[in-house]
Design a binder for this molecule. Sequence first.
Ligand code: HEM
Length: 75
Amino acid sequence: MTKDKKDWKAFKSTGLRELALTAPYMHNGVFETIDDVVEFLNKGGGDDKNKSPLLAPLNLTKEEKQALKRFCLSL
Ligand code: HEM
């Protein structure tokens, strides 16, 4: 916690092991399923003023989203 405004909402990424057993997801449990998380990321994530421009929409195909989900649930 730096209390520097530029670091607002910046925090260490959570581990992804055992994701199949740890729903709901994100720090506030906002997503019930991995599909919800993948859809959120596919849209480029949330709309925060400090969000990196690197976090842009991914435009994944249905197959790519399914592959990501299967990967997440395999961990
Ligand atoms: C398509 C690629 C990605 C996938 C499939 C993915 C997957 C996930 C999943 C499943 C979670 C929820 C974990 C949980 O609640 O137990 C998560 C959270 C998180 N991911 Fe990713 N992620 C991706 C890209 C990224 C990128 C590019 C970053 C950072 C540059 C990132 C940073 C984070 C952070 C900080 C959280 C915690 C968010 C919170 O608790 O609110 N992820 N990710």
